[in-house]
Ligand binder design. Structure first.
Ligand code: ASP
Length: 418
């Protein structure tokens, strides 16, 4: 059995077992205890083992990626194409999310009893998230991109700062004389290979890790919630699926010039990993491996585009943010004009760049967007209970978008070389 098939099996078995246990026990105290003591810790250990290698992986792939590009003009060109793709894809996704919400309008007839029950149940969690949202988008975010202390930035998980330092290191290696650059480059290269070896080990037990993660979510999940918010969830998931299956397919075919079925076959393991971990960062090691091995991307392109994408390119998150702002506006009877909706698109695109690639990373930023457009922030409580399911789906889009961008950059670069 191939690795993607085994992981898929873990995913399906975990989901089936979790739903079965949930239906049989109603997600009661026994189930909660079992999840808290067995499957959740096991899943978390697996997830941590993947996230453990993200910092050394970003440091080595990004700096070696920049070094491997050869000259700085090429870096500027690739950087410009990459950022343009990130922005275009994110804007397109957000527009799809808003259009779907405008069309289906699931917020207009949400049962008021359901609404107040949800607000009541998730009030505490919403308040916690509100505390985080104050600092979510401020000038500080921009200032912190340049770290005073790269070691602390790495310890705090400030990915943009780690990226900045790694880029600077790669640039520095490219401008100093070759014989001076060579020793450090070899160390970084060797670090990169060692991290890949760790990833292989961790991914060998991925079916078990994925089983545990999915089981933990489904065994405890409130499926009755899913039913009461069915129209909202279906609209967001439908928008995500549309972008994934139609949007990306067209872009892969027409812009990146690659066959679509082959693309989805090769990207499958990345999609499954993203779905089960809900984390772009945890998926990054797999994304890089697939980019290099399945799609034949060069060290330079894969090493540059994919780590940047895992942090900055969040197409699914932006779609979810835009759609949710509109949904909550409908619930609270706030009507947003076309101009205000354009502002929502812009804010979703900008905030998605600052979202951390971890489970529920977007919630604090989403709340900030709500506050800016004048929708009660505590309304987030309405959707918190179903967020995990949406998070799994939007993360798939986030990481697939990184590979789509890498393929476009690859085509542009090959075109220039030819
Ligand atoms: N979980 C998402 C990711 O890692 C971020 C989010 O939308 O919350 O890509």
């Amino acid at each position: 059995m191939s690795r993607p098939t085994r992981i898929l099996l873990g995913l399906v078995l975990g989901a089936v077992a979790g739903v079965a246990v949930n239906l049989a026990t109603g997600g009661g105290p026994g189930t909660r205890r079992f999840v808290a003591l067995v499957t959740e810790p096991a899943g978390k250990i697996w997830l941590s083992a993947l996230i453990m290698v993200v910092i050394p992986l970003i440091l080595s792939t990004l700096s070696m990626g920049v070094f491997g590009l050869g000259d700085l003009r090429r870096l500027g060109r690739i950087g410009a194409v990459t950022l343009a793709c990130f922005l275009a894809l994110t804007t397109l996704s957000t527009a799809i999310g808003l259009s779907a919400m405008n069309f289906f309008r699931p917020g207009e007839n949400l049962d008021p009893a359901v609404q107040s029950r949800l607000m009541e149940t998730y009030r505490g969690q919403a308040q916690e998230a509100m505390g985080l949202s104050g600092t979510a988008l401020s000038m500080d975010l921009l200032v912190k991109i340049v770290p005073r202390n790269p070691v602390r930035a790495a310890a705090d998980g400030d990915m943009l700062a780690v990226i900045f330092f790694s880029l600077a290191l790669g640039v520095a290696l490219s401008v100093i004389p070759r014989e001076k650059a060579e020793p450090l480059a070899r160390v970084l290269d060797s670090l990169g290979h060692a991290t890949v070896a760790i990833i292989h080990l961790v991914m060998a037990v991925a079916p078990v890790g994925v089983f545990c993660l999915i089981f933990s979510v489904t065994a405890r999940f409130g499926f009755d919630l899913l039913i009461s918010l069915f129209r909202y969830v279906a609209t967001v998931v439908g928008g995500l699926a549309f972008m994934q299956v139609v949007g990306y397919a067209l872009i892969v075919r027409l812009v990146a010039g690659r066959p679509v079925t082959e693309f989805f076959r090769k990207v499958r393991v990345v999609m499954i990993t993203a779905f089960s971990t809900s984390s772009s960062n945890a998926t990054l090691p797999t994304t890089i491996e697939v980019g290099r091995e399945n799609f034949g991307l060069s060290e330079g392109v894969a090493g540059f585009v994919l780590p940047l994408g895992a942090t900055m390119n969040m197409n699914g998150t932006a779609l979810f943010e835009g759609a949710t702002v509109l949904f909550l506006a409908q619930v609270f009877g706030v009507s947003l004009s076309l101009g205000q909706q354009v502002v929502v698109v812009l804010l979703s695109v900008v905030t998605a760049i600052g979202v951390a690639g971890i489970p529920a990373g977007s919630i604090p930023l989403l709340m900030m967007v709500l506050a800016i457009v004048g929708i009660p922030m505590e309304g987030i409580a309405i959707i918190l209970g179903v967020d995990r399911i949406l998070d799994m789906c939007r993360t798939v889009l986030n990481v697939t978008g990184d590979l789509v961008t890498a393929l476009i950059v690859d085509r542009v670069e090959r075109g220039r070389a030819a």
